[in-house]
Design a binder for this molecule. Structure first.
Ligand code: PGA
Length: 255
């Protein structure tokens, strides 16, 4: 089974309008070189419309960093999946560890967001990951399973191939500490076996599993070489075109 590698940049709370347009323009100019790799960037939400204009007709996709699960209603400060689709945003990152940690997003809420994405033709990039404390206490599999269960419960087997799961060990995010390729592969193999339990082997083989946490051009090739590492969710190294494209190039070399 070949899964199309998928590299998504998460800009978090970075880049204003001028930088967003400039960096996206530089990335879009090169994106079609890596045609066997799916590429997307998640800028700050208020700039998605401007970003969509820059990326019109390009091979670089757009992602949102978050989304609300309801379509409309009294939810001040939120936005819905259909608002993203209207702007040609194809993906939504849900359950990022920073959302869980700073904004109290629960695993149950992440499941609802995954469901809303699938109902609205958005690809959910559902994030899971353990903290260092949890890893050292030997709780990694319990923690990851508890985060995965509401995600798999929200998805029907016939649509599960559209799901993307990003494994992002919290201790590797923005710290410069990357999980070793073997550590990433160990977790990804376990995730795929849980997916097989939920949806059957054939479907599990189609689900793309991204690794995230200090991915950069210098370590991308090694991480992406692992059998079950199908892409990357990239923070810091996605802020500039050359480093993001360096990671795309590594994926392209392997695809
Ligand atoms: P990082 O962030 O690449 O800067 O570690 C990854 C993420 O939070 O998605």
């Amino acid at each position: 089974m070949t899964r199309k590698p998928f590299i998504c940049g998460n800009w978090k709370l970075n880049h204003g309008l001028v930088e967003t347009q400039a960096v996206l323009r530089a990335m879009a100019a090169e994106a079609s070189t890596y045609s066997s790799v799916e590429l997307a960037i998640a800028p700050v939400t208020p700039l998605l419309a401007a970003a969509a204009q820059v990326l019109q007709g390009s091979a670089l996709g757009l992602a949102a960093q978050n989304v609300h699960h309801q379509d409309k209603g009294a939810f001040t400060g939120e936005w819905a999946c259909h608002h993203l689709s209207e702007l040609n945003v194809g993906y939504a990152i849900v359950g990022h560890s920073e959302r869980r940690q700073y904004f109290g997003e629960t695993s149950a809420a992440v499941g609802q967001k995954v469901r809303a994405c699938l109902d609205n033709n958005l690809v959910p990039i559902a994030c899971i990951g353990e903290s260092l404390q949890e890893r050292e206490a030997g709780q990694i599999w319990d923690v990851l399973k508890n985060q995965m269960d509401p995600i798999t419960a929200a998805v029907q087997p016939d649509e599960a191939h559209r799901l993307v799961v990003a494994y992002e060990p919290v201790w590797a995010i923005g710290t410069g500490k990357t999980a070793s390729a073997a550590q990433a592969q160990e977790v990804h193999a376990q995730l795929r076996s849980w997916l097989a339990g939920a949806f059957g082997e054939d479907v599990a083989e189609r689900v793309r599993l991204q690794y995230g946490g200090s991915v950069k051009p210098s370590n991308a090739l090694e991480l992406l070489s692992e059998k079950d590492v199908d892409g990357a969710l990239v923070g810091g190294a996605s802020l500039q075109a050359d480093t993001f494209l360096g990671i795309a190039a590594a994926a392209f070399e392997l695809a």
